[in-house]
Design a protein around this ligand. Structure first.
Ligand code: ADP
Ligand code: MG
Length: 700
């Protein structure tokens, strides 16, 4: 045993200190193992040899065997080029060079068989290949047959430093030479057998040097499965461990407050989905383990009441509860609706946000520490060190994706025993993504809207039909409704957005003049106090139209507002459009969402608009969004590093992910500590993985 995969890459033959440094800084390669796990992005198929007579005008990469019979330099206005005539037994073509002509001319061998490879163009009635890769046929035949040439990830700096794709490929070959291509198996014999997976050695060999398409596909499958399997194994075992080890407060009382509220203060009959979720939460709270549950429910599905009833359970058991929201507007709104719901009970409740004055904070801090204050609602101001609970038993986090895991665990550390955690999100997360992002959480879904809601009618209108849209708005206002008109706000072009907004505002003021129409405007450049004032006027019904940027995206609940007009709708992402639409449809009236765009639309924008028109279902929309944009752009995943996956893609490899999760669960159910001899390989790999790369690399 000479080399081990943890050997620093500098010791690989062909890598000196300089290259080691570049490999590390550009590709994060420190060890043999890292290079071994540098998987090619794609492959060039060199299994095929073409005859010149078979070439198609398809501009594809081709490989041809033939001879150079003639070389000449062609003078042009733009400069010289070197042209070689290349023939086989079917026809002839040209090879062309613009650079390094002298060197090539001196080194090319006439009338010797060559294998050429490159992109083939149809030019001036002939096939030609600029700057082909050339190899003498006899060398080609003697060399290691790499049928499918791997193309590795690269960067500009790598190229500049001479670490070309060919160099990397050579280094990987060297690595296989030095290690004899023998690598430890990392999956159990059962899994290999049941899923007919390639053994590790073969998979690694074929991912770097595929013998053919079929083996490449098998190698990819095996390595993707393995990658996803170990992520799931970590998530699931973390969850199992938490349930076993992390004691939670036991809320065994369903006490007076909860019962009184349920019998006397519930403003409406709970939907079945709400009942189901409350049951799931109650089971968690009484299980002696810490709850860590994600509550997903579309906008308007009624998560607030679930939050309130969960908080009552905490208070009934002698604990405090808090609710943290991502913005002040939303924290305010929660505070107001929760106060409203708790009217007639003795529960004490306070609001703490950045704009709460110092003098008002002091009593909050004191009452929190004494336990007089039972519920605290606020923004991340809750995370400040000064905020000390007497006994926090439950933390509810709204709109999780804006907080991230680090902050979640900060709440956690406020106690010796962690509070129960309920994360609420209005952003439906596709199941596949949820599995990877929140695999360590339990998930509850409110998949039913309160009764009596009329689905929002959504239409797409071109700017040229604006007059008709305005007429419609006028009619709705006549019926007593209120209207949102939203403009995009995209940071990179803030000034432009602002101009759009102001232009739009002016034209709306022109079409909806005083004194018949009152208009509010809210945008990011306004002082908070002015914003609140305008918002307030709209909430009170003093204004009929609210012109705004996306600040109203989260938050406001104004049942009388029944029309949402979204300007330049093609510039919004799907989930944003869906969130915005969720601002209407909250009252008893029929609500409308009007998506305004110009005529020029990308095909992706068209898909987004069509999806919005077609469905109100947030989960369906999230699935489309995920397919359109990939996981990297979905909210919450930016920092999640789910893209650090080396080979799998959680969208495209959805089926493999499901299977990986299934088998990870089976493996742990059958052998929670991975002690059985058949799981020896898995345990070893798992320990290595946890040692070298914690799961939080993926998650946070
Ligand atoms: P979410 O926070 O999930 O977007 P909310 O909790 O704000 O939704 O509820 C949206 C609206 O629906 C609120 O006005 C709320 O009072 C109402 N609501 C919630 N649950 C029910 C129900 N079961 N029946 C009738 N109305 C409900
Ligand atoms: Mg809400």
């Amino acid at each position: 045993m000479s080399v081990n995969l943890q050997t620093p890459i500098v010791y690989l033959k062909g890598v000196g200190p300089n290259r080691a440094e570049t490999l590390q800084s550009e590709l994060g390669i420190q060890t043999f193992q890292d290079l071994l796990n540098l998987f090619p992005n794609r492959y060039i198929d060199k299994t095929q040899y073409y005859k010149i007579g078979q070439l198609q005008r398809s501009n594809a990469d081709v490989q041809v065997v033939g001879k150079i019979i003639h070389i000449k330099t062609v003078e042009q206005k733009k400069g010289k080029r070197l042209v070689a005539t290349f023939v086989d037994d079917t026809s002839e073509m040209e090879l062309v060079w613009f650079r390094s002509q002298k060197w090539i001319r001196e080194n090319l061998k006439i009338n010797e068989p060559y294998v050429i490879f490159g992109k083939c163009n149809w030019f001036n009635g002939k096939f030609s290949m600029p700057h082909p890769e050339l190899e003498l046929l006899k060398e080609h035949e003697a060399g290691l047959k790499i049928a499918m040439q791997p193309i590795y990830p690269s960067t500009e700096k790598l190229g500049n430093k001479g670490i070309t794709n060919r160099v990397i490929s050579k280094l990987v070959q060297q690595l296989f030479l030095e290690t004899k291509g023998r690598f430890l198996e990392t999956l159990s014999p059962n899994l290999l057998h049941e899923l007919k997976l390639l053994p590790k050695n073969e998979a690694l060999f074929n991912i770097h040097f595929p013998k053919n398409q079929d083996l490449l596909a098998k190698a990819q499958f095996r390595l993707k499965f393995e990658e996803l399997f170990y992520i799931q194994l970590q998530l699931i075992s973390k969850k199992m461990l938490r349930k076993q080890k992390i004691k939670g407060f036991n809320f065994d009382q369903v006490g007076d407050l909860f019962n009184d509220f349920y019998q006397n203060h519930l403003p409406f009959e709970l939907t079945n989905a709400q009942k189901k979720v409350i049951k799931e939460i109650r089971a968690d709270l009484g299980s002696n383990a810490q709850m860590n549950r994600l509550l997903q429910g579309d906008v308007g599905s009624g998560k607030t009441i679930v939050a309130v009833m969960t908080m009552l359970l905490a208070i009934d058991n002698g604990f405090q509860a808090c609710l943290m929201a991502p913005t002040e507007i939303l924290a305010n709104q929660h505070y107001n609706s929760i106060k409203e719901l708790l009217k007639g009970t003795d529960v004490t409740c306070a609001l703490l946000t950045g704009s709460v004055k110092k003098s008002a904070r002091k009593p909050i801090h004191e009452h929190l520490e004494s336990g007089e204050l039972q519920i605290l609602i606020g923004t991340h101001a809750l995370l400040e060190d000064k905020v000390q609970f007497k006994n926090l038993g439950l933390a509810i986090v709204d709109e999780q994706h804006r907080f991230g895991v680090a902050q979640r665990s900060k709440l956690w550390h406020k106690n010796l025993i962690p509070p129960h955690i309920l994360v609420m999100t209005a952003t439906p997360i596709p199941r596949t993504l949820a599995m990877s992002l929140y695999g360590d959480l339990d998930i509850s879904v409110i998949d039913e809207l309160p009764p009596g809601r009329k689905p929002i009618k959504t239409v797409h209108r071109y700017d040229t039909n604006r007059l008709k849209v305005f007429r419609f708005i006028r009619d709705e206002i006549k019926k007593g409704r209120q209207i949102y008109i939203v403009y995009p706000l995209i940071q990179e072009s803030e000034a432009l957005d602002y101009k759009d907004l102001m232009d739009g505002y002016e034209s709306i003021v022109r079409d909806f003049p005083l004194p018949d129409y009152q208009i509010s405007i809210v945008h990011g450049k306004m002082k908070p106090a002015d914003k609140d004032y305008e918002m307030e006027r709209f909430v009170k019904g003093e204004t009929q139209i609210m012109v705004a940027t996306t600040v109203i995206e989260v938050g406001v609940n104004i049942p009388n507002a029944s029309v949402m007009v979204i300007e330049s709708a093609e510039r919004f992402g799907l989930s944003q459009l869906h969130q915005l639409r969720g601002r209407v449809g909250r009252g008893a009236d029929q609500s409308f969402c009007i998506l305004m765009t110009g005529h020029k639309l990308s095909s992706e924008a068209k898909t987004r608009l069509e999806t919005m028109v077609k469905t109100n279902d947030g989960f369906e929309i999230a699935e489309v969004d995920l397919k359109l944009r990939g996981p990297g752009d979905l909210m919450g995943t930016q920092q999640s590093g789910i893209l650090n996956l080396k080979i799998a893609d959680i969208v495209k490899d959805n089926a493999i992910l499901k299977s990986a999760r299934y088998y990870a669960l089976q493996t742990l159910k059958d052998d929670p500590t991975l002690e059985k001899s058949e799981n020896r390989a898995v345990r070893h790999a798992y320990t290595q993985l946890v040692k070298h790369k914690n799961i939080w690399n993926y998650i946070s």
